[in-house]
Design a protein around this ligand. Structure first.
Ligand SMILES: C[S@@+](CC[C@H](N)C(=O)[O-])C[C@H]1O[C@@H](n2cnc3c(N)ncnc32)[C@H](O)[C@@H]1O
Length: 459
């Protein structure tokens, strides 16, 4: 501990720091005369020279100048955009090091925010080949200093767009389609949205790619519904890529950072694509959620299934069900599954997916889980197993309250955010549940994100 309240560093100081752990997004954490210093791009166990860039009352942040003692987990990032792009934060860490970082993070957050000590957190399940794993890319459009169209990731901590022509974690087809779209948008002189003025048409582009089906789709997000060049652009890109089965315009005239608007228009082909997970087939529309790493999704779902321990007699809840992917896997081993999802298009896809896979023991309800679930409980519907897979914000308290009220015997919680997970587990543990085990799965190699499956049961 520090002996005085005086901050021992000021902006511009160059100091030596020993790194002894990681902050949430993988930055190294060290101490200087007992004072906490964060240094990005450092690894646990390293001694580094850092220049202080920011000083606050309780911590400082420095820029890495030199690694004095190197960790055995340090590697040279194989991406030319690593220094600029905010996408892959851990490319300087070897893959075993990343998996260990993620496991430690889950344990640390569970202890600090959940108050859980000594719970079972299994080693993170990683990928044998953790590259080119993403089936979806989503980039903003912008203009560079010369007025040329750029498409790519945001520069770290800013809204400056870095022109991105290839990416180590994207499937090559996604990058090739993006590169062609950039050329076409430039050549056709289509205006590009400027977030400062709110003027210009093209805002974002998404490519979704069905790894199993080989089908791809493009979603062009526009600031307005008038898109005179839309159909021509769509058929030109489609003629270059036979995989492209759908080009959709999504209209988003809102001023903020939300990517997708509510309205879609088909510019070419179908309104969505098909992909397969295991032996089930799914339709994916422009605005529906579909897991971005299909290889790891099958592993994630298998763990959720193992934890659910279904025998064929249970009524199961699948809350936050997206297009019903996990719902249908659960339904094969349950009497009946209720899926709840807030995006209308996704629930339409989910219903179509049940028919497509000839499954009639699923019920899909459109709406927010916190609204729909209490209503189901009020009309006497209860569940032997509840599976939840909420967005980063976790479950609203009303959802957890309903589980407690219904006395659901087993809860399987799939989470992409350890902090909200720890908060929600704590709520349930304080009301009679026990955390049985935790299995992290690496859905997002080279980023700090970690996905976790938790089994909870009544004590
Ligand atoms: C992490 S995804 C999981 C989807 C699905 N379980 C899967 O594996 O593909 C979370 C889903 O929750 C939906 N969602 C977000 N907030 C919701 C809410 N309050 N109630 C129901 N669904 C919600 C999102 O649209 C998204 O489809």
């Amino acid at each position: 501990m520090r002996q005085t309240d005086q901050v021992p560093v000021k902006v511009g100081d160059v100091i030596t720091v020993e790194i002894h752990g990681y902050a949430t997004q993988g930055e190294g954490v060290g101490r200087y005369q007992g004072f906490t210093v964060f240094v990005p791009n450092c690894l646990d166990g390293e001694t580094v020279l850092t220049r202080i860039e920011l000083v606050k009352k309780n911590y400082a942040r420095g820029e890495l100048m030199q690694v004095l003692t190197e960790s055995p987990h340090r590697v040279t990032p194989g991406c030319g955009l690593y220094a600029e792009c905010g996408g892959c934060q851990l490319l300087h860490m070897d893959y075993p090091g990343q998996l260990e970082f993620k496991r430690r993070r889950v344990i640390e957050v569970m202890e600090r925010l959940g108050g859980f000590k000594g719970i079972t957190v299994h080693p993170v399940i990683g990928m044998p080949e953790p590259w080119k794993y993403r089936n979806k890319v989503q980039y903003p459009f912008a203009l560079d200093d010369q007025g040329k169209v750029v498409i790519g990731c945001y520069q770290k901590g800013t809204h400056n767009v870095v022109d991105t022509r290839e990416c180590l974690i994207q499937h090559d087809l996604n990058s090739r389609i993006m590169n062609r779209l950039r050329e076409l948008a430039q050549g056709m002189g289509i205006s590009v949205y400027d977030e400062k003025t709110g003027q210009g048409l093209l805002r974002y582009v998404l490519v979704k790619n069905g790894f199993e089906s080989g089908e791809a789709m493009v979603v062009l997000v526009t600031n307005g519904s008038e898109f005179p060049e839309g159909k021509e652009l769509a058929s030109m890109v489609a003629s270059d890529f036979p995989e492209l089965k759908s080009v959709v315009q999504n209209i988003n005239t809102s001023g903020g950072n939300v990517v997708l608007g509510a309205r879609n228009k088909v510019l070419y082909g179908e309104e969505g694509i098909i992909d397969r997970l295991g032996d089930l087939e799914f339709k994916i529309s422009a605005t529906s959620f579909f897991q971005v790493n299909p290889a790891q999704t099958e592993i994630l779902y298998q763990i959720a299934m193992d934890y659910a321990q279904l025998t064929g007699t249970e009524r199961v809840l699948d809350a936050y069900c997206g297009v019903g992917t996990l719902t249908l896997f659960l339904a094969r081993q349950a009497k009946e599954v209720y899926g709840i999802e807030v995006i209308p298009e996704a629930i339409e896809d989910a219903k179509e997916n049940a028919v497509r896979n000839k499954m009639d023991n699923v019920v899909f309800a459109m709406g927010a889980t916190e609204e729909v679930l209490p209503k189901l409980a009020n009309i006497g519907i209860d569940f032997e197993v509840a599976v939840v897979d909420p967005p980063r914000s976790g479950c609203e308290e009303r959802v957890l309250q309903t589980f407690v009220k219904l006395n659901v015997p087993r809860i399987v919680y799939v989470s992409c955010n350890p902090s909200t997970l720890a908060r929600d587990l704590k709520y349930l543990v304080n009301r009679g549940y026990k955390v049985k085990e935790i299995q992290p799965v690496d859905m997002f190699p080279h980023t700090y994100h970690v996905e976790t499956v938790v089994l909870m049961s009544k004590k």
